[in-house]
Design a protein around this ligand. Structure first.
Ligand code: NDP
Length: 257
């Protein structure tokens, strides 16, 4: 039996609550066990997959599921605000799954367990955001000119730019063939250790403001909980590893945390 209408609406609400709980629990757990990939990669979490392959495959559902849902059409899929907002989400994941993996320099392998969790997360969230925007989110006429939408959209755009720029800085710390770590400098790294994570958090809160949906807010909160934990681990790792690490740098939110 196909779930639709009010039943699916209820399902999306439950999935959104699930996303917030998942983010909270993961954020707490990750304070004790570092998210096992990158510098904390460990064979205890399964067979290691090459970083490029893992990133490309695990992020792909967040690109393909919303595109598939939009192609099938839905009650709100033809409205311009919905098209634009879905386009923002899809653009991020087109970059994350198709371009970002090709740019990685000597990234550490991803354990199979971490890969599967990321894949499931991207399918879950791809469906949640995709279905919300293609079938349920309704906007008043003139929403694209509304200050709330414009502020959110700018937040999304600036966040994505910071995220991409910060990942670019990190990548260029390594010369071809190097696999070690250096102190990142420049851009938002002058303010926080997790500049790429700050960009991603800003991006999804901007998106949530522009969407004004429970689904997008749940995703932004989940991202905040998970990435602030990872940023805290990186920050402590840098302080321990580098004696000359800038002491005034915050963890992930400039001037605050
Ligand atoms: P990291 O900052 O841990 O690593 C990013 C890349 O830069 C890796 O290839 C890493 O190599 C390299 N790197 C990091 N620090 C240094 C350094 N000091 N010196 C040299 N090289 C370095 O980011 P993640 O891998 O956790 O995340 C990658 C992207 O994915 C980010 O943009 C992040 O925002 C996004 N993301 C989003 C999530 C979400 O919930 N929305 C969840 C997780 C990530 P190595 O692999 O060898 O460590």
């Amino acid at each position: 039996r196909r779930v639709s209408g009010p039943e699916e609406r209820r399902l999306l609400e439950l999935l959104s609550c699930g996303l917030v709980v998942l983010g909270l629990v993961s954020g707490l757990l990750l304070r004790f066990i570092p998210m096992p990939y990158g510098r904390y990669s460990s064979r205890r979490f399964g067979w290691p997959l090459p970083a490029r392959l893992a990133w490309a495959l695990q992020e792909l559902p967040s690109l393909l599921v919303p595109v598939g849902l939009a192609a099938c059409g839905g009650a709100t899929s033809a409205a311009w605000p919905n098209r634009l907002l879905l386009g923002c989400f899809v653009l991020h994941y087109a970059h994350r799954s198709l371009i970002f993996p090709l740019l990685i320099r000597a990234g550490k392998p991803t354990p199979f367990f971490t890969f599967v969790l990321a894949l499931l997360f991207c399918a879950y969230n791809g469906y949640l955001q995709g279905r919300s925007l293609t079938n349920y989110a309704k906007y008043p006429s003139g929403w694209l000119k509304d200050p709330i939408f414009i502020t959110g959209f700018i937040g999304w755009l600036v966040g994505m730019a910071i995220n991409i720029h910060s990942d670019h800085i990190l990548r260029n710390l390594r010369k071809p063939g190097e696999t070690g770590y250096k102190i990142p400098r420049g851009g938002m790294f002058e303010y926080v250790s997790g500049a790429n994570f700050f960009g991603e958090i800003l991006e999804w809160f901007g998106f949530a403001l522009a969407c004004c949906t429970f689904e997008s807010l749940a995703f932004a909160l989940c991202t905040l909980f998970i990435l602030s934990s990872r940023a805290k681990q990186h920050h402590e790792w840098y302080l321990e590893k580098f004696e000359d690490y800038p002491k005034c740098r915050k963890i992930v939110i400039p001037f605050l945390y």
